[in-house]
Design a protein around this ligand. Sequence first.
Ligand SMILES: Nc1nc2c(ncn2[C@@H]2O[C@H](COP(=O)(O)OP(=O)(O)OP(=O)(O)O)[C@@H](O)[C@H]2O)c(=O)[nH]1
Length: 600
Amino acid sequence: MTELSHIRNFSIIAHIDHGKSTLADRFIQLCGGLTDREMAEQVLDSMDLERERGITIKAQSVTLRYKARDGEEYKLNLIDTPGHVDFSYEVSRSLFACEGALLVVDAGQGVEAQSVANCYTAIDQGLEVVPVLNKMDLPQAEPDRVSQEIEDVIGIEATEAVRCSAKNGEGVEDVLEELIRLVPPPQGDTEGPLQALIIDSWFDNYLGVVSLVRIRQGTLKQGDKILIKSTGRPWTAEKVGIFTPKPTETGELGTGEVGFIIAGIKDIHGAPVGDTITYQKTPDTEMVPGFKNVQPQVYAGLFPVSSEDYEAFRDALDKLTLNDASLFFEPENSDALGFGFRCGFLGMLHMEIVQERLEREYGIDLITTAPTVIYEVVTTDGELQEVSNPSYLPETASVEEMREPIVEASILVPQEYIGNVIALCEERRGVQTNMTFLSTQVQLTYELPMAEVVLDFFDRVKSASRGFASLDYHFKRFQASNLVKLDVLINGERVDALALIVHRDQAEYRGRAVIEKMKELIPRQMFDIAIQAAIGNHVIARSTVKALRKNVTAKCYGGDVSRKKKLLQKQKEGKKRMKSLGKVDVPQEAFLAVLRVDDK
Ligand SMILES: Nc1nc2c(ncn2[C@@H]2O[C@H](COP(=O)(O)OP(=O)(O)OP(=O)(O)O)[C@@H](O)[C@H]2O)c(=O)[nH]1
């Protein structure tokens, strides 16, 4: 077992694309964890989808053995963190296992809002933050400006920050040396009863549940009789080891160490993240003060296009939640779409990933309804309800007050784009609470309705700043607001799956825009289709999709046969994603029309 003084536990905080994975790979290479061939692929991003999208989703860890310049060998545990704002809670839980964090900043770009937020979390949790300037090989690198910015924004000393290029390897050893010098070793009673914090749990088809743990106190050995504190259930530690990054059994994990345990648990809810493992013989050992469990922020109805897929869909969701404790689902029944599930996600990216996996890995075609946040409704008899589905909103007459979730958003933007970003925030009903000028960037703080942020705000902020602004946000509170339910009627029938909750001031505009969008998206059929938007019984907008008069392919008459075939093929594919509402075929896009509505 390694002495505490020779262990360092750290995470890397970095904005997407600033080079975290490349740097981690360099560390692994330098410490001889993998052969060159195994190195060919970036190893920390393990899921296919992650690799395709080039982002890191699941927290992973790797134990490195590093022979330092002082001649001593150190055991460095790197706990990986995801880079996207949807998954920022995973960052916080990874940080729980560490004494330090490397803040990796692209020396050609500068600090980004999300890294700032993560650094604050790290500092709050008592971690030592070590700044690293990456991509020094690039001609546009401006290390002095970026160091200054780190000092201004985060308030940590950065003039001496290590400079490196993860790409060509220069300075990478210096990063590890700085890490050993600045990050304190773990502490803990090596003789005390076992206290192991579960940082992450995932389901492996062959092994069952694998948990990544950080040993706070005592030693965990293979064969130990253990107890999961919150469930009170006893298990036996069947396998204990570390990731190098390949899973490698070591038979034991000592105080301060990070590694895996496999105990024959069949379901990740049996080893909840944030829980504590101890010995069966010491059941009174205290829980390690845990981190907050996250709640889904965005909800949407998911319905199989073909009702025969319902059972397969439920099985697929069951399987996905084995590995994704933040995915929530419960059955939902829609008059329009039949049986499906209301699912809760951390954000839009999370939703897209889940949708994509259901379709790609499980082959289920889905219709997704417009995502919504959770609202609080106080009824006239004083009851407080949480509403995550607009069609379950109580009758207007029995609603005393509606409250919407408000987030605090922090935006870092280069000065030249500040006007655009402020205009966007105002448009989204934002209230500015702070503005600080830094060397080249401005730090803006806004309170914004979550509903205005979760859908496309990130993309809009990006496009308002030619990609340079960055955003971080977190839930602040519920606030009373003038909200109404906007219904959509097709041929006079209210379609529950198309209902929305919107601010009254925007209701008319939204209603009109959604109707216009739907008119474009619903294909012409053999009869006129009336589309209306209404608040209560009051119709605020209407439009008609005129009946079809001629064959769509008629215009190819006598023309190119392959083009005609293509068109027919396209129509056929289009069909797959249609849902018949009464006699009207409505394509998937129409259900998401609300997302496509351009702002005023
Ligand atoms: N020129 C140069 N490019 C680098 C350097 N480090 C990383 N890159 C490149 O920057 C891009 C992003 O690097 P990644 O390591 O994937 O970034 P990341 O921060 O891990 O991204 P996420 O996994 O999405 O969080 C890749 O194209 C890398 O090849 C560097 O030191 N110099």
